[in-house]
Design a protein around this ligand. Sequence first.
Ligand code: ATP
Length: 230
Amino acid sequence: MLKLEDIIIATGDFTLAADLTVAPGSSVAVIGPSGAGKSTLLEAIAGFRDLRRGHILWQGQDLTDLPPGKRPVAMLFQDGNLFPHLTATQNVGLGLRPNGRLTPSEHEQVQSALSRVGLADKGARKPAELSGGQQSRVALARVLVQQRACLLLDEPFAALGPALKAEMLDLVAELVSETGTTLLMVSHEPEDARRIAAQALLVADGVAHAPMATAELLDNPPPALRDYLG
Ligand SMILES: Nc1ncnc2c1ncn2[C@@H]1O[C@H](COP(=O)(O)OP(=O)(O)OP(=O)(O)O)[C@@H](O)[C@H]1O
């Protein structure tokens, strides 16, 4: 279970409070108005933002003071962050070793992650030699190879067309259900939330609320969400 225990995240004059739990193995869409703090919430869970108050726990272990690399959490950012001068294989390898020097068994793990995202034969290509969808797959393979219990997606597929985005979301759903990974995914499109996440949590007015059934939240949105959904 991921537990945000009475936390307050503060950056500049922006603060976000949360007191909620996410069940292990569940998929939760993070929705809410622009600037409400969805990315901030994910960044705090991943360890890129300090808390002013409270604790973040995973299966009872307090993560609050652990650096990002020591948390059971992998995060995929909006732009994927691939290195242009490295091949797909090397980019994925960085998920395992920041210095890129892999053992033979780590090489196998990288190859298997590339296969799992459908890029078994594209490992030698650099990002510029791959399509947008294929680049997203490389970025996904890089977080997969880390085998973390919790995966955070901050709209990584926003730049893809609707069909490709749907394909990537289905792939993510398949992978997290295969591995029992807990997923939190920022989503600007209600349809994406419905597609991949049975639960959704609303971030609005300085609060990240407890997850609830996605359909229930979207079908009867509270005022802050109603204004945003239009
Ligand atoms: N480094 C920073 N310093 C000060 N304020 C910041 C910083 N980064 C973000 N903010 C503010 O924090 C608030 C939350 O930003 P955040 O990016 O988490 O929102 P969001 O819900 O993910 O938005 P969007 O849907 O537009 O991506 C915003 O009001 C933003 O202006």
